[in-house]
Design a protein around this ligand. Structure first.
Ligand code: ZN
Length: 310
């Protein structure tokens, strides 16, 4: 029997799993810190691969999801804020040289889109938008049954579109991006700012999105307003994506999406009110992701299997 290895590299942890052919149930998996002794040389992947194949399993491919942008032609990492040591290196080639196993690497949000498409909420759709809403906002677009990569693999940066030119500062340094208005950190920052301005609320200063969502469910007005505002801007962004990509499904993943209707209700309302034609809403599904934290790992698996076939 042949096996495929999937690796999901995050800012703090890496997860690796060994999947038998045609199966979604890993026979072996482990999770380690991304940084060890303060370093994260790409060579740290090699002992993990060895551990996965400790009984001599034959591996046909390795799929790797990383938080950065990767040139799809050369496999070179162009940018990766959390993995500066990996930038400029053709990691898939280096892994293949060291192990003899073909390796395929992609942006984690792009691969999560593939994961939800192949194995999660997006099964059966050919035009899909996936967004991950957590501390930041990332995404991926499947168009006509293909991952949209763009000229240099930079497509799908759905969190850094400008919605308010003079709006709040984004993590990227620009102003008024979706990420600065609808991400978890944006929701927390908005509540903190309103508390400072004297708005009455049961929410404590410094509260995270989860605490704010609990307060909103208990009827706290400021907390409710924070989610309505985040959902409103997310809805505006999604309306823009509908016009450009005409998807049949928009899947929202990441920690903030776990709040469910608290975020989804204002999103759906805004989309309905701001879209230019009812036709964009025909068959359209706006829903929560199905794979949760596993989307990146399953995306890496689907990506490796698909890359091997093509
Ligand atoms: Zn930005």
């Amino acid at each position: 029997m042949k096996f495929t290895i999937a690796l999901d590299v995050g800012g703090t942890h890496m997860r690796i799993a060994l999947f038998p052919e045609n199966s979604l149930v890993p026979v072996r998996q482990t999770r380690v810190r991304t940084y060890s002794d303060g370093t994260t040389g790409w060579e740290r992947i090699l002992p993990l691969i060895e551990e996965m194949t400790r009984n001599g399993e034959t591996v046909d491919a390795i799929g790797i999801a990383v938080p950065g942008s990767i040139d799809p032609r050369s496999g070179v990492i162009l940018t990766a804020v959390n993995l500066p040591e990996w930038v400029g290196l053709p990691i898939p080639d280096l892994i293949e040289e060291a192990t003899g196993i073909p390796a395929f690497m992609g942006n984690d949000a792009n691969l999560a889109a593939i994961g939800e498409w192949q194995y999660g909420a997006g099964q059966g759709h050919q035009d899909l938008i996936y967004m991950t809403i957590s501390t930041g906002i990332g995404g991926g677009v499947i168009s006509n049954g293909h991952l949209l990569e763009g000229h240099l693999g930079l497509a799908g940066e759905l969190g850094h579109v400008t919605l308010l030119p003079d709006g709040p500062l984004c993590n990227c340094g620009q102003r008024g991006h979706l990420e600065a208005l609808s991400s978890g950190s944006a929701i927390s920052a908005y509540v903190a700012e309103q508390l400072k301005a004297g708005q009455p609320s049961s929410v404590q200063p410094g509260a995270d999105t989860r605490a704010i969502s609990l307060a909103a469910k208990e009827g706290d007005n400021l907390a409710k307003k924070a989610f309505e505002r985040a959902g409103y801007y997310l809805g505006l962004a999604i309306t823009n994506y509908l016009l450009v990509f005409n998807p049949s499904i928009v899947i929202l993943g990441g920690g903030v999406s776990m709040t469910g209707d608290l975020l989804l209700d204002p999103v759906r309302k805004t989309v309905k009110e701001s879209v230019i034609s009812e036709h964009y809403l025909q068959d359209l599904v706006i829903t929560q992701a199905a794979l949760g934290d596993d989307a990146g790992l399953y995306g890496a698996l689907a990506f490796a299997r698909a890359s091997l076939r093509s």
